[in-house]
Design a protein around this ligand. Structure first.
Ligand code: AVI
Length: 329
């Protein structure tokens, strides 16, 4: 507590920092198919743009997932069980988490993990005031690399990892399986994973979701170049690149690219990057799953699908997986 009686917020900080950002940007732009990791979308401005995407009707993911959570929260609370330590990977603005926090009344502690330090601090302050009895232990980290989890002051019955929003779809298949294996290790036997998984659907719906009419997704994609300009002294001309997103049915994923509109040369931090007209930087993949595909991937990582909740159109699913205590690979 500080002198005014407010809870002191201590962030466990494992943020990889500028050197890693620089190295990953340069190595991505040197590849034959240029690419940039989608985790770098989420600087302060990118996080705000993503929050705006999440309010768009065309981007069905958040509102569909939220209705599933609201419709089935009582069942979810039963399935998750009592005295849970809840860990959220990529907590963002915690909008959906509040549904869980409002209903899991005997929660032991909540550990939000996010790469965006500003947003993590802001959200933790809000949670501390809205849930004064809850122990909140924020971790600033790139959750795709190693970091230590804080230890709560009370023991828990079991650990539940919450991973909403179908962010699992932003991993390539091999890394997705490894990430699920990592989560299985964090949960331990008897622990579980409550995860949002986007499902295969009409490609027209996907097209509109990633090419929204207000251009917010395009601005979100282009902000990555702006971030490189700001933080790595780059000279990308944003008007010379165009947002391009499409569903690739063979791979079962939406791909987002930034396409160069002319032959041009870009400089950043002493490095020169040539672009041919029409050449793209691949900035994000968003895989969509059938229920069976996801079940198989989860099984290889050591998880059994215990429960699946979907919306009526079967566009999105929230699934509870339990760690069975051994992988099948
Ligand atoms: C965070 N992630 C699950 C979103 C997605 O749908 O792949 C990011 C996003 N990209 C464009 N719109 C939203």
């Amino acid at each position: 507590m500080d002198s005014k009686g407010n809870k002191q917020i201590r962030v466990h900080d494992f943020n990889p920092g500028q050197e890693v950002f620089r190295a990953e940007v340069i190595s991505g732009l040197r590849k034959a198919q240029k690419e940039l990791p989608c985790k770098y979308f989420y600087d302060e401005h990118g996080s705000l743009l993503y929050e705006r995407i999440c309010t768009l009707e065309e981007y069905y993911v958040p509102h569909t997932e939220t209705s599933i959570m609201e419709d089935y929260i009582d069942e979810m609370v039963q399935v998750l069980g009592p005295h849970v330590l809840l860990i959220e990977y990529g907590s963002g603005d915690c909008a959906k988490t509040r549904i869980l926090l409002n209903h899991l009344c005997d929660l032991v502690a909540y550990v939000p993990i996010d790469i965006s330090r500003e947003q993590l601090l802001h959200v933790t302050e809000q949670l501390a005031s809205d849930y004064p009895k809850l122990e909140v232990l924020p971790v600033c980290a790139d959750y795709t690399s190693g970091f230590e989890l804080p230890v709560p002051s009370q023991p828990s019955d079991h650990v539940v990892v919450y991973f909403p929003g179908s962010t699992i779809g932003n991993f390539e298949p091999g890394p997705a399986r490894h990430f699920l294996e990592h989560i299985a290790a964090v949960c331990g036997p008897g622990g579980g994973l409550l995860i949002g998984v986007d499902l295969k659907k009409d490609p027209g719906v996907l097209h509109h979701a990633y090419n929204d009419s207000q251009g917010v997704t395009a601005a979100f994609n282009l902000n990555l170049l702006d971030r490189i300009n700001r933080e790595l002294d780059g000279d990308f001309q944003l008007e010379s690149f165009e947002h391009y997103a499409f569903y690739n049915p063979q791979e079962g994923r939406v791909e987002m690219h930034l396409v160069s509109l002319k032959d041009q040369t870009v400089h950043l931090d002493g490095v020169t990057v040539p672009f041919a007209s029409g050449e793209s930087i691949w900035t994000e993949s968003s895989y969509k799953f059938s229920l069976d595909e996801f079940k198989q991937m989860a099984a290889v990582a050591g998880f059994k699908v215990e429960h699946v909740w979907t919306d009526e159109q079967q566009w999105f699913s929230v699934q509870y997986l339990v760690n069975t205590g051994g992988t099948t690979s």
